[in-house]
Every structure is written in C-alpha cells, then in structure tokens.
Design a protein around this ligand. Structure first.
Ligand code: UDP
Ligand code: MG
Length: 317
C-alpha cells in the first residue's frame, strides 16, 4: 500500500520556472486525494532568487520542504541529498523545468500500486528540439556504455522515476563519490517498468548543460561503470608486442638472405611516434581511473546543507 509520495526536485537557478512547476504539480496532486504528497526541493547553490521562492512556498504550503546547499554541488549530489532526507512509501526525482511531465504521475502510481513492479521509469522516445549532433552522440553513448558495462542504461532514460522505499534505501547505500545515477539505478536491479513519452521542451529558463559538459558526463559514466578502457590499454600493448615480434623475424630473415643495407629513417620515426602516442593514451586512461580512486579514497562529503526546513535533516554526507 502506498500512502505517502515524495518528489525530489533538484533546482539550480530555476527562478523563472519554479512558480509554474509548483502550480502544475499541485494541480496533479489535487486529482489524487488518496495520497499524501510531499515536495522536497534541493537548492543546488543557485545564484538567483530560487531560495527565496522556496522559502515563500514552504511558508504557504506545508507539503513543501527544501534543502539548500552551501554551494553548487551538481545535480547528482542534489539527488543524493534528496534520497538521504526523504521518508515516503514512493519517491520520485523530477526536474524543475517540467521536462519530466507531472501528468505521468497518476499512471506511474497506479502501476506501482497494482502491478508487480518496484519502480516506474520514463524514457524519451523522441529528441525533438535538441540539436542533432547532441542526439547523435547521445545515441552512440548509450550503445557503447551498454556494451562495455553491466550498468544497463536505457537509451533516452530520464532520471524521472517513481520507486518504492526499498529501492531508495539501496540508492542511499551506494555511497560512491563519483555518482552516475542512470548507472546506479540500473546496477541496483529491481523490477522496472519503462514508460515512453515524447520529449517536452523546457517550460522556462535555460539548460545547464553545454556540449562539453555532456561529453565529460558521458566519459564519467563510462569510467564509473566499466573497466573496458583499461582492458583496451592492456590489449593494445599485447597486439603491438606481437606485431613487433613478427617484424623482428621479418627483418632478420631479410638480412640473412639479401644482406639488405639499413634504410627507412622516415618509417622508423613514424612508428616511434605512433607507439609513443598509444603509450601516452594508455597512461592517460590509467590516470583517469587513478583520479577517480583518489577522490573516492578522500571520502569528502557529497553535499553540505546550509539551510533547510526539514525536521532532523542529514546535513552532511
Ligand atoms: N540541476 C542541478 N544542479 C546543477 C545543474 C542542474 O540541480 O548543477 C538541476 C536543474 O535545476 C534541473 C535539472 O537539474 O531541475 C536538469 O537540468 P537541466 O534542465 O538544465 O538539464 P537538461 O534537461 O537540459 O538535460
Ligand atoms: Mg531540462
């Protein structure tokens, strides 16, 4: 039986869209009187009026709670802070910009209640309104990460999903510093039903993602959930060793039969440069993993909360 439902909403500079979001989402709540809803906004160090809007909403409506970070820690940290501070039978993460349609909530709730699933997730089946190169690389990324990791990331998957309390506990237990939620949701398992929907454009304000931000995000996703790049580094070493061995035999035999004088300075230089490049690339791959390990070993907190109206909050974790 699901009685209480909490929505976690990460907000970073969302002053334009927050009032619209609040209005839309509470209209959906009114249609579902059988559930007690709670809104948990996480202000991720916004530099605009987001926090004061949240304070006002909390004053007006007792369903509204908020956590406010001491600086911008990123959406992953904001979601984690939400999961650590939430207490409800069903929990969903939702973007503040209405790109995760609240109108899907009734259907998601009825699936969770009546069918045998632990979570209901959403995926975009279209990418209209998005630059074509971005869509192209996004598709390649999903194909790649599914091939080389056991994270099971669905193409077009959103962070918007409704899940049972058990799943939330599993997510809180995944306390890694380098967080890639799409991978974490897949990794912990549980039975998930996917709801497809058509892409919706931002209601107001601007996206926080640049193209290079997304490239970095995808590299993080891969290195967090796959060791394949390390294997590529070692296999390429073996392959080059074998090629070198064959070449040694070839050169020696040719010398014995034809007594060839040495020639080919240019080709030697090319080969040296090529191999040196491969070596640097492999050291770089190792460095990426070492940097991750370094950050994990430090055990720095994921987030620091400087203000909240929640009772008994987890302020630092
Ligand atoms: N967000 C956040 N911290 C950040 C960047 C974004 O909490 O550092 C929030 C943002 O307020 C929004 C959600 O994450 O609610 C998704 O951001 P955005 O809409 O910019 O991403 P997009 O939908 O373009 O992928
Ligand atoms: Mg968005």
């Amino acid at each position: 039986m699901i009685k209480t439902v909490a929505l976690i909403i990460p907000c970073y500079n969302e002053q334009e869209v927050l009032p619209v979001f609040y209005k839309t989402v509470t209209e959906v709540f009114d249609k579902l009187p059988q559930y007690a809803f709670k809104l948990l906004f996480v202000n991720d160090g916004s530099r605009d009026e987001t926090l004061s809007i949240l304070r006002d909403l909390a004053k007006k409506d007792s369903r509204v709670t908020y956590l406010s970070f001491s600086r911008n820690f990123g959406k992953e940290a904001a979601m984690y802070a939400g999961f650590c501070n939430v207490d409800a039978d069903a929990v969903a993460v939702m973007d503040a910009d209405l790109q995760d349609p609240p109108s899907l909530l009734p259907e998601m709730l009825s699936i969770l209640e009546n069918e045998d699933y632990d979570s209901v997730a959403t995926r975009r089946v279209t990418r209209e309104g998005e630059p074509p190169i971005r869509s192209f690389f996004a598709r390649r990324f999903y194909r790649l990460i599914n091939r080389i990791s056991d994270a099971d990331v669905v193409d077009g998957a959103r962070d918007f999903r409704l899940m049972r309390r058990e799943m939330v506990e599993a997510i809180v237990a995944m306390s890694e510093y380098n967080r890639f939620s799409k991978g974490i949701f897949g990794w912990i398992g549980f039975k998930t039903k996917w709801l497809p929907y058509k892409n919706v454009e931002r209601a107001a304000g601007q996206t926080k993602w640049s193209f290079w931000g997304l490239v970095k995000y995808s590299i993080d996703g891969i290195t967090n959930f796959s060791q394949a790049p390390l294997s590529i580094a070692s296999y390429s070493g073996i392959v080059f060793m074998m090629i070198a061995f064959i070449m040694v035999i070839f050169v020696a035999v040719r010398r014995l039969i034809f007594g060839d004088p040495v020639a080919g300075w240019a080709s030697t230089i090319c080969i040296i440069l090529f191999i040196a490049g491969i070596q640097l690339m492999c050291i770089g791959i190792m460095g990426q993993y070492m940097a991750k390990t370094y950050m994990e070993v430090k055990k720095r907190p994921h987030f620091i909360i400087s203000e909240t109206n929640c009772e008994d909050p987890v302020k630092i974790r």
